[in-house]
Design a protein. Structure first.
Length: 706
């Protein structure tokens, strides 16, 4: 090499070398800013959901001014044909139409859940679709119900998320004595979607442009993502508790509690795991027998993770449907829960469960007078709200309502639990993806229910992955989007124009109380949801006939799976086990059901002849025993159908009686397993960060399966 070239190269190296660390530092800073932006966008999405849930929880206590304070400065309410603008007008309107919630004997329970929320590209606004059902009473003998769909808009105002437009579409309503029916006894249109099919699986769209300078550090981002991950774990635990209570699985309930765990029921305290067991057995002995209904449904669960990540709280509303069809008894209950959780050796446990009764009435009597019985005095206590949403003034206590669950029932959190930290920025990204998976799964789950309600088969089938599969009730499984759509068309008819269709009746598919287990890499998830299934139709109360078209039934989606496919969250497999409970008519409720005569009750689907499935329920053996169209002896309510779980106890690892961790068709069709298609199998037992805790807590894959 000529000497002058060698000197030139040496000079270039000298000039460039000092700049290389600065360039690398600049690249690292930009990467941190990108991650910070992504973390902030997920925090925003969750803040929107919390905002709407708090709105419903404020309504329980008639906190009209505080509800109005959740609106933007120019916020508005669109309620059917009514338009209300401005916070002051909104507060007055809420107080005037929602019933005297602040008076003794009144009830104003708002159940708003099953969210489908999409953040805007710039991250400064969002749109959300929710289902709503309100139970209202004036304490003077009048009780009524209202149900419909919300399509709301939210905006970031002065650094806080606010409701820009609360847009409620009324669909059914009625007096308690006769039950609800279509609003105005009219046919009902489809409420327009704010989302396109693919957008349902992208709750947070890709942002435009470079991320703004954040000033964040990897350690600070790690702490924020750890809080998001903890929120997922705690919400899962809260919902898992509900499923165990539904089936009176008291051994599993006790397992969820820390050794010093406490339950407070209406002011009475039960301490330790033996106390927890005694509290549960107030509802009856372990297990269900013929005719027993013990469903306790959580709505609007809000999670508050405390600084340090070792402690968390939940708050929400519980609707209980309880009864004994053999004895002909039935009750409604509404409770508010405010629970405390502790993280021990990486696993979250319940430390305090505090349940405040709001309503406890005989089904026939309803809640028009004395929702808590004639012996109740004054207003029920109001469990404390999360710190960020504490009511603005002391109005609630000044009106004779005591604030409950303020001081803990147990001591400070035990020391020694290490804080959760990511290894590096790449690990922060991976952990963030796991929480993004939770919200993507919740979104696509909700979208499925809405597309199904509205008989929009391209929408419904388009939510599935290319190799996805779906069970059609009482028939079997169809593989691939085209087969899924064709089966729905064969069963219910072709999709009609959503802008013109009018319906005489609607069967609603609320997919609530999700338990979502996400893989370590954040690309796949297992999903369990409860099917809360109100139905509405026309009904003339003056006819003197029972209201058979406006009822509630229930089911379970115990083995759904969701995957990230080309940047969109999609359903991989979907299974419906149903019906666990059916009302013969509104006036009699669930306990009016009787064992059907031979040949009666639920039946195999006509799809078996019209459009045969790719995999029959009868090919699945024990897994489909008792279900219509399945194997063995069919069970109709008030009989007790088998209940399956995709997970073991999240604290103890206890294996349920009926355990099916993978997709239902996977044993007959191993080619449709997640692991056969490049996806990880998420954990199905006690786990940390998507990894199961130790082989000693695990059964062999498939062991314990009935």
């Amino acid at each position: 090499m000529p000497r002058f070239i060698l000197h030139l190269v040496t000079l270039l190296v000298i000039l460039v070398w000092p700049a290389m660390p600065a360039c690398a530092q600049g690249q690292a800073a930009s990467e941190i800013d990108e991650v910070a932006r992504d973390v902030g966008r997920l925090e925003s999405l969750r803040a929107v959901k919390t905002l709407q849930r708090i709105y419903a929880q404020y309504a329980q206590y008639g906190l009209w001014q505080d509800m109005a304070g959740l609106f933007a400065s120019d916020g508005k309410v669109i309620w059917g044909e009514e338009r209300i603008s401005g916070r002051g007008a909104i507060a007055s309107w809420l107080a005037g139409r929602s019933g005297p919630a602040g008076q003794a004997g009144a009830l104003n329970t708002e159940l708003i859940d099953d969210p489908l929320v999409n953040l805007s590209t710039d991250g400064r606004s969002a749109e959300g679709r929710w289902r709503g059902l309100a139970l209202r009473g004036d304490g003077k003998g009048r009780a009524w119900m209202e149900g419909g769909v919300y399509e709301n808009r939210y905006v970031l105002e002065n650094g806080e998320w606010k409701i820009a437009t609360l847009h409620y579409h009324p669909e059914y309503e009625g007096r308690y004595e006769t039950g609800w029916s279509n609003v105005g006894q009219k046919d009902l249109p489809i409420v327009p979607y704010h989302f396109k099919t693919d957008e349902a699986g992208v709750p947070i769209p890709r942002p435009h442009g470079a991320a703004p300078e954040s000033g964040a550090t990897p350690d600070a981002l790690s702490r924020r993502v750890a809080a998001l991950n903890a929120e997922d774990d705690v919400r899962n635990l809260q919902h898992a508790y509900g499923y165990y209570v539904d089936r009176r699985m008291w051994d599993d309930v006790v397992d969820l509690f820390a050794r010093d765990g406490v339950i407070e029921l209406g002011g009475k305290v039960y301490r330790g795991q033996q106390g927890v067991r005694r509290a549960m057995e107030i509802m009856g002995p372990q297990g269900l027998r013929q005719g027993i209904l013990n469903d306790h449904l959580p709505f609007g669960t809000v999670v508050e993770v405390m600084p340090g990540g070792r402690e968390a709280y939940t708050r929400g509303t519980e609707l209980a449907m309880i009864g004994d069809a053999e004895a002909g008894t039935a009750r409604w209950k509404v409770n508010v829960f405010r629970n405390r959780f502790v993280r021990e050796q990486g696993v979250w446990k319940v430390r305090e469960m505090r349940v405040t009764p709001i309503m406890d009435v005989d089904y026939k009597a309803g809640w028009g007078t004395d929702p808590l019985g004639p012996k109740s005095a004054g207003l029920p206590p109001m469990p404390v709200f999360p710190r960020a949403y504490a009511p603005a003034t002391g109005r609630a206590s000044a009106g004779g309502r005591r604030i409950a669950a303020v001081a803990p029932l147990t001591g400070p959190m035990p020391k020694g639990e290490r804080a959760v930290r990511a290894k590096d920025l790449a690990d922060v990204r991976r952990r963030l993806l796991r929480s993004q998976a939770w919200d993507g799964t919740e979104n696509v789950s909700s979208a499925y229910g809405h597309c199904l309600d509205d008989h929009q088969w391209p929408c419904m089938s388009g939510l599935f992955a290319e190799k996805g599969n779906k069970q059609s009730p009482f028939a079997g499984y169809y593989f691939g989007r085209d087969r899924i759509a064709a089966a729905a068309t064969a069963m219910y008819g072709a999709t009609r124009d959503p802008s013109t269709v009018m319906r005489q009746r609607i069967a609603y598919h609320w997919r609530i109380a999700p338990v979502i287990h996400v893989s370590h890499d954040g690309r796949s998830a297992l999903l369990r949801t409860y099917l809360f299934h109100p139905n509405t139709a026309r009904y003339d109360p003056s006819s003197g006939q029972p209201n058979t078209g406006n009822t509630i039934q229930t089911g379970m989606y115990p083995n759904d799976q969701v995957v990230l496919e080309n940047g969109i969250w999609r359903l991989w497999t979907l299974t419906i086990d149903e019906p666990y409970m059916m009302m013969p008519h509104w006036q009699g409720g669930w306990s009016a059901a009787r064992v059907p005569p031979p040949g009666g009750g639920m039946r195999a689907s006509p799809l078996l002849q019209r459009y045969p499935p790719d995999l029959l329920l009868t090919d699945l053996g024990k897994r489909e025993e008792g279900f219509a169209g399945g194997t063995g002896t069919k069970i109709d309510w008030p009989g007790i159908l088998p209940m399956w779980f995709h997970y073991r106890n999240p604290v103890s690892g206890r294996v349920p009686e009926r355990y099916w961790p993978d997709c239902v068709p996977c044993e007959a069709r191993p080619d449709v397993r997640l692991t056969s298609n490049g996806y990880q199998m998420p954990p199905t037992g006690p786990s940390v960060d998507g990894l199961e805790l130790g082989s000693s807590m695990r059964e062999e894959d498939g062991a314990g399966r009935q």
